[in-house]
Design a protein around this ligand. Structure first.
Ligand SMILES: CC(C)(COP(=O)(O)OP(=O)(O)OC[C@H]1O[C@@H](n2cnc3c(N)ncnc32)[C@H](O)[C@@H]1OP(=O)(O)O)[C@@H](O)C(=O)NCCC(=O)NCCS
Length: 376
């Protein structure tokens, strides 16, 4: 059985960038309006005033400085506080979802790097955290647009969507179910956030990342990374949750309840998940007979800079450099499942033949997915 390689990757970066200062200005204007509108209730003690947000807090607590969004204006309008539908969705008689268009843009880049076209692909997976539409599947629509053959399906594993997607595709290639796979993590996640919630209004950005997987003997070595091994882990937790879903079709009065959007207990996630991540990475390296010194780079999940620094410091035994554990969340914010693969895409070009690295996602569900790769 031939080894499986990642022969191409591509990132789609949305057209609108929004800095912390712009985000906070919109939020604080909303707070002022809201507090003025509820002044009587606040004065009588019936309501507590909303507190303002701060760029200083956001950057210190998360490392996020900026995010890219499909549509950035509505979520900073004080009396709206949620995005408009993306301009990519307008004037489109095909009604192709924004998420599929994002996936397509990333896929075209990954295919070009792999030296392939859509009709070479016979497995398409869109693996993501949230869905613009459930049925028909997003992946089958992408398959049709690309002219891909074989079969396609959607899968979801929160922040580990890309690593679990790659692992699933690698299995399909190993078993002979498919010959060339396209895995896309298209995170159109900005509609999910409660922008009127100070604790989390800064967390997410939109982005898509695509990966082409092939058998080693069929690919162009120039760009390819061999998948040496994979390790997946899950353990149920509600500390990161998004309550929306078919249930809200029945509980219609709650459909606009911010509580049904994204919620997390950030501190609990730190405390509970990080030891598991460090343990997982150390065990994966050891199971391959390797130590961290054998790895040129770790492309870690990109939710919070303090989490990444803590994990990388524990694993490396020293303060990580951008070279050892690159950060992209400062510009992209938390892009859920896409983050570690955006880091891989942006920080893989200096790898020489034989250099090894580890991709590792961690987050919601809980889930951890690590992939050891070696440059061909
Ligand atoms: C969300 C997160 C950035 C919050 O950081 P934190 O340091 O845990 O911050 P806390 O929520 O404990 O809040 C600390 C204080 O800042 C305040 N605060 C919260 N949001 C604020 C904001 N936007 N502006 C100013 N102050 C804020 C809080 O009210 C709190 O005040 P208090 O100490 O007086 O109660 C962080 O916990 C995180 O990123 N966690 C993990 C995320 C993760 O991995 N998620 C995976 C999802 S894919």
């Amino acid at each position: 059985m031939q080894d499986i390689v990642i022969s191409g990757t591509g990132v789609f970066t949305p057209p609108h960038s929004l800095s912390n200062a712009e985000l906070v200005a919109g939020y604080n204007a909303h707070v002022d309006e809201w507090n003025a509108a509820h002044a009587e209730e606040i004065d009588s003690g019936e309501m507590v005033p909303k507190e303002s947000s701060s760029t200083k807090f956001i950057e210190k607590a998360s490392g996020i400085k900026n995010r890219y969004l499909m549509e950035a204006s509505g979520l900073t309008e004080p009396d709206r506080m949620y995005p408009y539908l993306s301009e990519l969705a307008e004037d489109d008689p095909s009604k192709t979802p924004v998420q599929v268009k994002m996936a397509l843009a990333a896929a075209e880049k990954a295919l070009a790097e792999a030296g392939l076209v859509g009709s070479d692909i016979d497995l398409v997976i869109i693996s993501a955290s949230v869905w613009e539409r459930f049925v028909p599947s997003m992946a089958t629509e992408l398959q049709k647009i690309l002219g891909a053959k074989g079969f396609a399906f959607d899968m979801a594993m929160g922040c580990s969507s890309a690593t679990f997607g790659i692992s699933t595709a690698a299995d399909a290639l190993s078993s002979g179910m498919a010959n060339k796979a396209l895995v896309v993590t298209a995170e159109y996640i900005s509609p999910l956030l409660a922008y009127e919630d100070r604790d989390g209004h800064f967390i997410f950005g939109d982005a898509a990342v695509a990966m082409v997987l092939e058998r080693e003997n069929e690919c162009t070595p120039k760009h390819a990374f061999k998948i040496k091994s994979r390790k997946l882990f899950t353990e149920f937790s509600t500390n990161i949750a998004a309550g929306f879903g078919s249930r809200l079709m029945l509980e219609r009065e709650r459909i606009n309840d911010p509580e049904q959007r994204f919620k997390q207990s950030g501190r609990a996630v730190f405390k509970e998940l990080l030891p598991k991540v460090i343990n997982h990475i150390n065990h994966h390296m050891a199971a391959e007979g390797k130590t961290v010194a054998d790895f040129k780079r770790m492309w870690l999940h990109q939710a919070n800079i303090n989490m990444n620094m803590f994990a990388a410091r524990k694993i490396l035994g020293h303060e990580p450099t951008q070279d050892e554990a690159p950060i992209i969340l400062d510009q992209y914010a938390n892009t859920a499942g896409a983050g570690c693969l955006i880091a891989f895409n942006n920080y893989k070009h200096d790898f020489k033949s034989g250099d090894m690295g580890m991709i590792c996602s961690f987050g919601a569900s809980y889930s951890i997915g690590s992939i050891i790769v070696e440059k061909l």
